[in-house]
Design a protein around this ligand. Structure first.
Ligand SMILES: Cc1ncc(COP(=O)(O)O)c(C=O)c1O
Length: 489
């Protein structure tokens, strides 16, 4: 098995080229997503008239961390990031976060979808003229996939659990060809996989882009998010500072690939994987329902590089939902200002969606566990923003009533300043293997991988190192494809 199949299917590729030409599509390279200064001026000018979420094919060039933070007509700047002060985090360590809101669709998952789709498109393996693209997900990946499919003019099917936020469904109804709701909520990933098997057996001509086992997802984050992190560090680190590690929830275990990239640059740094305490699969082989939308669990993704995961952290979903109120309700913001958090930062706390809050808490716990000080830097990402959870705030308002200053004081003290080093595990070799072994139940017992493949992944074949080298090869395929489409002249 190879990590990403780049074999060419000439006849299908010709049809893909024809379709892409008809729809006026030009595909960006990984190099351009990392460094938008490589994007031709003509495309930048066209983007001057285009909204960030518009269904305009030029928005493929906005699959980057470097979009200007505006809703329409933005160009490119540096990586969007924030540094969170210790008045907020309760740790002297420097916690720096990349901001995902400024991707089209409002979440970086549009990049993971690109990483899975584009290698198949430019090789001719996926034929957009005859096949539907299927996007199994807990929300943002299928939003990203449906969006990329619409830009690339192919039909799409989005699959996600029925319990996800209303905002996800409203938007999907306008973009995806079909939206399939599977039973359950966030951590019901098995039900999504079951639906994929049903579709496969239906005989319909479709291609399933399964982010949980597609190394294109890993590659996109290794290349694009990893480089963005490196650039942010170059900006924020002083002579006395040390980069100590990266924290990320593992939904599909794509984002955490950026931690692998950073660890190659800083070999003493750590990679922390987090999940919900209410569903502690990595920590305890556990299961359960939770409310940190986007991070799934009850299984270990095939692409999770367990061999390189140093720390597992479980975050209480009560912390996340209560902090979303603290960060967004007027009484919460007033309390934060009273506690010395700079007002300019408080005004931006809606940049943190639910899993972003969880990622920040993971970074805080990591900093406390390793006893980090003011010269230690931890990185994490804000995958999406509160733009996708406004309905949840309304629901909480209805269920729990007005958010008072007493609520704010309690949440600040308990869920931020009170974060401790509970529910964490530093992984030894045998712990990493235990997490890897959990893949057996999903991938071999249910999803058609073989006993040999799971053994090979641990003992013989380092898929992750292999995939880390593939971006230049894929970029060459993209460039050849664009040249045949002929729109870049
Ligand atoms: C809101 C949100 N947070 C976190 C994640 C997890 O990221 P990853 O799938 O790259 O592990 C996702 C994935 O869909 C998500 O939608």
């Amino acid at each position: 098995m190879t990590s990403i199949d780049l074999s060419i299917q000439p006849e299908r590729r010709k049809r893909a080229i024809q379709r892409v030409r008809e729809r006026n599509i030009i595909i960006p390279t990984f190099a351009q997503m990392k460094d938008p200064s490589l994007i031709p001026d003509r495309i930048k000018q066209e983007l001057g008239q285009v909204g960030l979420w518009d269904l305009n094919p030029r928005n493929l060039y906005r699959i980057t961390w470097k979009n200007q933070p505006v809703a329409t007509g933005g160009g490119y700047g540096g990586v969007n990031y924030l540094e969170l002060p210790s008045s907020l985090t309760g740790t002297p360590a420097r916690i720096v976060v990349l901001v995902g809101k400024w991707f089209p669709t409002g979440a970086h998952k549009v990049g993971a979808a690109f990483g899975c789709l584009v290698p198949r498109l430019v090789t001719g393996q996926f034929d957009p003229t005859t096949q539907k693209a299927v996007w199994p997900s807990t929300g943002n990946y299928c939003r990203g996939g449906a969006y990329d499919s619409a830009l690339l003019a192919c039909e799409s099917i989005a699959i996600l659990p029925e319990g996800m936020s209303a905002e996800r469904f409203e938007w999907l109804s306008k973009i995806a060809g079909e939206t399939i709701k599977t039973p359950g909520s966030e951590s019901n990933v098995k039900e999504i996989f079951d639906k994929c098997w049903e579709l496969r057996r239906s005989g319909e001509d479709l291609m399933i882009f399964n982010q949980f086992d597609e190394f294109g997802n890993y590659l996109w984050h290794y290349e694009v998010t990893g480089h963005a992190m490196e650039e942010v560090l170059q900006q924020v680190m002083g002579a006395k500072d040390t980069y100590r590690g990266m924290a990320s929830a593992t939904g599909s275990a794509g984002t955490i690939a950026s931690g692998d990239y950073m660890k190659q640059l800083f070999p003493t740094s750590k990679v922390a994987a987090s999940e919900a305490l209410q569903c502690p699969t990595l920590l305890q082989n556990g299961f359960g329902a939770h409310r940190i939308e986007g991070i799934g669990d009850k299984h270990v993704p095939w692409i999770h590089n367990t061999k390189n995961t140093d720390l597992v952290v479980a975050i209480d979903d009560n912390a996340v939902v209560n902090l979303s109120r603290l960060f967004n309700e007027p009484a919460g913001r007033a309390h934060l200002v009273k506690m010395g958090v700079p007002e300019a930062l408080v005004r931006q706390l809606d940049l943190l969606g639910f899993s972003s809050i969880s990622n920040v808490l993971t970074a805080i716990k990591m900093a406390k566990y390793y006893e980090m000080g003011e010269n230690d830097v931890v990185l994490t990402v804000l995958t999406d923003s509160m733009e996708l959870y406004a309905s949840r705030l309304v629901e909480m308002h209805q269920e729990y009533g007005e958010y008072s200053s007493a609520d704010a004081a309690a949440d600040f003290a308990r869920w931020l300043q009170g974060q401790s080093t509970d529910n964490m595990l530093e992984l030894r070799y045998t712990d990493r293997k235990r997490v890897h072994n959990l893949k057996y139940y999903t991938w071999v017992e249910q999803q058609g991988k073989t006993y040999e493949e799971i053994q090979e992944q641990w003992y013989q074949h380092d898929y992750w190192t292999e995939v880390q080298k593939l971006a230049p090869e894929i970029d060459a395929l993209i460039e050849a494809f664009n040249a045949e489409v002929g729109l870049l002249k």
